[in-house]
Design a binder for this molecule. Structure first.
Ligand code: NAD
Ligand code: MG
Length: 390
């Protein structure tokens, strides 16, 4: 029996994780669940899974959750705030941590899990993009096991040799091929992108996801963040990571070897596959995902991304090549811009324009401590806010 903390259990990934966990009550027990503000949803999850601890974002939310749990006769201990998130991520009572908080808010608890040597199921790509080397060092120092949940990185992980040492050359690997659906605006007239609404932007053709990552998919910043994520996870230089548009999202990514072999992982687009893979690794368990029917896949299409249509992808490669705090600055500017777009304060095209202006105006520094990283993150957010209003 293994115990799991799910950071962000009320989100899209959190709910899919609980779905898989519920299919295997003989293997997994929930140690802790966390949510920011969806108290009623978290209470219902606590009733079903009876975790030892539940964490929310504020004292008011904690009080509301405590009342709901008492009414239901659930003995789960309730706490709130970042220190409590870090505590359930490093707790002695948990073996695994699903890192599924969205954005920079997930960095501190995900890093806490890394420092505590947990098995980490990493969905929160922003945490790794921001902290890069610091995060990978924490994993190496503690002996934590880091397993990618992002479907592309999970696919790559499955196509790599079992004893992969984060050096592509040693294994005859030439390229990592990250597939991308291209999102809802792959074929839309670029001239009309200025006027798209948040609801149009989050209407992803293949995946149902949280609003922030859905907007990132529409701008393709999601793929940009994934290029940086792949760099850290697999030790791949920027010029060894290619993005391939594949609108059907059936091939989740590929690894190209020096002998001409290209290994791919295929499956229906459902996050329960990578979640089940990482939960059980190195074993395999059922996920509840329907088997892939190859006979229905008449047309698998592949094309190069158009960087004119998707400038965010170019900005992300630029950040990776610049190094130091550049990826953290990119991520901070993107989080500010996406929130402003979702709040109807800026248009869709202003997302990439704002990020480009922040990247131009910011100075990038070496990232040597986590405190310095948070400072750089805050400075980039302030810069983004001030440029947005100027
Ligand atoms: P979501 O918006 O559906 O859920 C986010 C979760 O984080 C919620 O439980 C919410 O309560 C919690 N949260 C939000 N702000 C918080 C804060 N300030 N403090 C503490 N908790 C907070 O997002 P999602 O789609 O589940 O994505 C989660 C992460 O997984 C993201 O980093 C995303 O990039 C990554 N991811 C998601 C998918 C997907 O299919 N949804 C695929 C690949 C990677
Ligand atoms: Mg992905």
């Amino acid at each position: 029996m293994q115990t799991i903390t799910i950071l962000g259990s009320t989100g899209s990934i959190g709910i899919s994780t609980l779905d898989v966990v519920a299919q295997h009550p003989d293997r997994y027990r929930v140690y802790a669940l966390t949510a920011h503000s969806k108290v009623a949803e978290l209470a219902a999850q606590c009733v079903q899974f009876r975790p030892e601890v539940a964490v929310v974002g504020s004292a008011a939310a904690a009080q509301a959750l405590s009342i709901l749990l008492k009414e239901q006769g659930v003995a789960t201990e309730v706490s709130y705030g970042e220190a409590a998130l870090c505590a359930v991520a490093r707790a002695y009572g948990c073996d695994m941590v699903m890192a599924a908080i969205v954005g920079a808010a997930g960095l501190a608890p995900t890093l806490a899990a890394a420092q505590a040597g947990k098995k980490i199921l990493l969905a929160n790509k922003e945490a790794l993009v921001m902290s890069g080397q610091l995060f990978m060092d924490a994993v190496a120092d503690s002996g934590a096991v880091l397993l990618p949940i992002d479907s592309e990185h999970n696919a790559i992980f499955q196509c790599l040799p079992q004893q992969f040492g984060r050096r592509l050359d040693d294994h005859g690997i030439v390229k990592i091929l990250l597939t991308a659906s291209g999102g809802p605006f792959l074929r839309r007239d670029v001239a009309t992108l200025d006027t798209v609404t948040p609801d149009e932007a989050v209407a992803h053709p293949n995946w149902v996801m949280g609003r922030k990552i859905s907007v990132d998919s529409a701008t393709m910043m999601n793929k940009g963040l994934e290029v940086i994520e792949a760099h850290w996870l697999f030790g791949a230089a920027a010029n060894c990571i290619d993005v391939v548009i594949h609108p059907q999202s059936v091939i989740h990514s590929m690894v190209s070897y020096v002998d001409g072999s290209v290994l791919a992982q295929l499956g229906n687009p459902d996050m329960r596959t990578p979640i089940a893979h990482a939960l059980a690794w190195p074993e395999r368990i059922a996920s509840g995902v329907a088997p892939l029917d190859l006979t229905t896949l008449a047309n698998l299409v592949f094309q190069q991304p158009d960087l004119g249509r998707f400038p965010c992808l170019k900005l992300a490669y630029h950040a990776l090549n610049a190094g130091g705090s550049a990826p953290a600055v990119l991520n901070a500017a993107n989080e500010v811009a996406v929130q402003a777009f979702l709040d109807l304060r800026i248009g869709f095209r202003q997302i990439d324009q704002l990020i480009a202006r922040v990247m131009d105006a910011a100075s990038f520094e070496a990232v040597t401590t986590i405190d310095a990283l948070f400072e750089q993150d805050q400075r980039a957010r302030q810069l983004a806010h001030s440029l947005m209003t100027s």
